[in-house]
Design a protein. Structure first.
Length: 697
């Protein structure tokens, strides 16, 4: 509102100076009002100023935001009562529904009681805390605080409190009265809700313990170690521990008390402690317990006392587990653990530290004694197992290390025992080996070789060479087998028998296998179209389930016809029984890809595999061919395999042919194809000749 100050409307009494002073005062008042508005606009609370008649003078932005549905009614000089009445009519205040005039009257009467707080619900679901104070002039300063989130949290707390399975009571610090209790508390103490709320807490603790309990209830602390004997409604007592949290509910100084029955808790704790240190299946100590016990006995052993750790690995367990299923495997592990437990001295600790790996910790056992027990374990586990009506043969291999001779450090001793086990398995399964210093050197050398292999793969230092296989009747080259080669800068040529198993062990075989497949298929595109390509596939490539997609993608990318590709697999692939392996092989055959069973005759169930899988070729293992001239039995086996292959319509290839006499014999027996140094070593693609070679290396 703008006021024109003139001599006439001021009664003609104002001189020029007075007029200027008045104008200056009004400008100062305007600036003060502006500063006040700016000051209250930054406040997080809603602020409103009303005159003595309850009319709006000033309000901040937050106030307008809170009452956004009524913001169009806000104007200087408008009565709050009028905005309330219009807002009620429009439904801005749902709590007024059905009692509009009464609600408005109550609301206005609260304004006459300075300092009184009350809540207001708005149509948008917000909850507003209102506090109003009178000014000296009779006006009102109102504060509006949005407490919607606070009320939601309180409601959530109330629901969590009432439905919580933990026994909860709210204890009044001033009076000692229980003000609230949840359903779990009523069930636990056996009182109804009305009886429990309003009860003095001393009734639950008993008069003797009440002074100490009162102090405990006044503390803010997590679950204490003090055990309290608390009373139930039937007169019985129960041992409990408490957790207390100081709080302020509904204006009272209170403690939220959680009551725990330690009978069940201690049972659970004992169970959990046992599970943390023991294997659930066998009940034996687990890896964690094994390590702790080993560290303990090493720390307490005298200087002349020995501590031995023996690692026992079950032989062929994985094949049994994969063939018959995990439930069958669990039964086998339980039986094996039972047999070993019968052989372990009372002061030794038997542990299960992995899937099929066990450990025994002996104290003050000589090397001879440890070896005797280890051999007894091997003998016991070599006996047949009878699980679910099936007779199963497995076996065991053992490696051990002794303190202080080998090491007095638990971690090192475990590693040495593992190296001894690895050496025993590498030499002959079903044996027992103790640690030797050379094992550690070999392990370090192996780690270095793994590093070099990773680097060779990363920098494309692996190569693919090709060894021919020929038609024994015509002498013509009919195909080449792709073989990975690695020439190390220092070691020279590293045998595939060394780095391929290493790649399988450390998870690099899929990368190596894909590299060989891609390289070979790409280079085979430059060969005569009648020359076939054979590529070896690791059992681990089958196990991950991506081999089919990998092969199809490579054929598509290189353009090689599927009929020219032949994948060589071993019986280890077929031991992964189940629909997946069978489906992969059958799908490959449906694309026209040949499947060859490599190293035939060295496995356990070759004949059944020939009947159950769509093979196109079988390869007689070179161990039979190399002994052909000296072992009559080898000739009988070779003759039988050739006859079997021909009767099943399979191509038979003999590996390891190095002499012309052997070649003539195989040709006479009807063997279709041959491979070996007689026809040529593996060579790079640029040195291949597509005619048979008879220059024995």
């Amino acid at each position: 509102m703008k006021i024109e100050l003139t001599e006439s409307n001021c009664g003609g009494q104002l001189d020029q100076g007075s007029l200027q002073s008045l104008e200056e005062a009004m400008r100062a008042a305007s600036r003060a009002e502006q500063r006040l508005r700016e000051a209250i606009d930054v406040l997080p609370e809603g602020i409103v100023f009303l005159d003595e008649e309850g009319r709006y003078i000033l309000w901040n932005q937050k106030y307008a935001e809170i009452y956004e549905r009524s913001a169009d009614l806000l104007a200087p000089g408008v009565r709050l009562a009028d905005t309330l009445r219009i807002g009620v009519e429009r439904g801005d205040y749902p709590e007024a529904t059905g009692r509009e005039e009464e609600w408005i009257a109550d609301r206005l009467s609260l304004m006459e009681r300075p300092g009184t707080r009350h809540e207001q619900r708005l149509a948008n679901g917000r909850c507003i805390m209102i506090e109003e104070r009178k000014t000296e002039s009779g006006g009102t300063i109102g504060v509006r605080i949005d407490i919607t989130e606070i009320r939601k949290q309180e409601e959530t707390f109330r629901l969590l409190f009432e439905r919580n399975p933990v026994v909860l009571i709210v204890y009044d610090l001033t009076t000692g009265i229980i003000r609230q209790a949840n359903e779990a508390a009523c069930r636990f103490f056996g009182f109804g809700l009305e009886a429990l709320t309003g009860m003095h807490a001393s009734a639950l603790f008993g008069e003797a313990d009440w002074p100490e309990a009162q102090e405990a209830l006044a503390c803010d602390c997590a679950e204490s170690s003090r055990i309290w004997s608390m009373n139930r409604s039937d007169g019985s007592e129960v041992e409990c521990v408490l957790s207390t949290r100081l709080s302020r509910l509904e204006g009272y100084a209170t403690t939220i008390v959680s009551v725990f029955d330690i009978t069940e808790r201690r049972r659970i704790e004992r169970r959990m402690a046992h599970m943390a240190r023991h294997d659930e299946l066998t009940g034996l100590a687990n890896r964690s317990h094994c390590r702790e016990h080993l560290e303990e006995v090493l720390a307490t052993a005298s200087f002349d006392e020995t501590v031995t750790i023996a690692l026992v690995d079950l032989d062929h367990f994985k094949a049994v587990n994969d063939t018959y299923g995990h439930q069958f495997g669990d039964g086998l592990l339980s039986d094996a653990a039972h047999r070993m437990r019968e052989l372990i001295p009372p002061d030794a600790l038997l542990c299960r530290i992995g899937g099929d790996e066990f450990a025994v910790i002996f104290r003050n056992f000589s090397r001879t004694q440890a070896e005797l027990v280890s051999r007894a374990i091997i003998t016991a586990l070599s006996e047949p197992f009878y699980v679910s009506g099936n007779m199963i043969h497995i076996g065991a291999t053992v490696g051990f290390a002794i303190s202080p001779q080998d090491s007095s450090n638990a971690e090192t001793l475990l590693r040495y025992a593992d190296l001894a086990l690895y050496a025993a398995k590498g030499e002959k399964r079903g044996t027992c080996r103790s640690f030797e210093s050379g094992f550690d050197v070999a392990a370090q050398e192996k780690i270095k070789l793994i590093f070099d292999l990773r680097e060779a793969i990363q920098h494309n230092r692996l190569k693919v060479h090709y060894q021919p296989f020929v038609d024994l009747e015509s002498g013509e080259v009919v195909g080449y087998e792709a073989l990975a080669r690695w020439r190390h800068d220092v070691r020279g040529e590293v045998s595939p028998d060394v780095f391929i198993p290493l790649a399988e062990e450390v998870g690099l075989i899929e990368t190596v296998g894909k590299f060989v497949l891609e390289t070979a298929c790409r280079e085979a595109m430059h060969w005569p179209t009648h020359i076939r390509l054979a590529v070896n596939v690791s059992p681990l490539q089958f196990r991950n389930g991506n081999i089919l997609a990998t092969v199809i993608n490579v054929l598509s990318a290189t353009g090689l016809a599927a009929e020219r590709l032949e994948l060589e697999i071993t019986e280890a692939v077929l031991m992964e029984k189940g629909p997946r392996t069978s489906a992969i092989i059958r799908n490959m055959r449906s694309f026209g890809i040949g499947i060859s069973l490599d190293d035939f005759g060295t496995g356990y169930s070759s004949l059944s595999y020939l009947l159950n899988y769509p093979f196109t070729k079988i390869k007689i293992d070179k161990s039979f061919i190399l002994n052909l001239e000296h072992e009559m039995n080898s000739r009988e086996v070779i003759r039988a395999v050739i006859s079997l292959g021909r009767s099943l319509g399979l191509t038979v290839t003999a590996e390891g042919i190095e002499r012309e006499g052997v070649c003539e014999y195989l040709r006479g027996e009807g063997c279709a194809q041959g491979q070996g140094y007689l026809f040529g070593k593996a060579e790079p693609a640029d040195k291949l000749s597509f005619a048979a070679k008879r220059d024995a290396a």
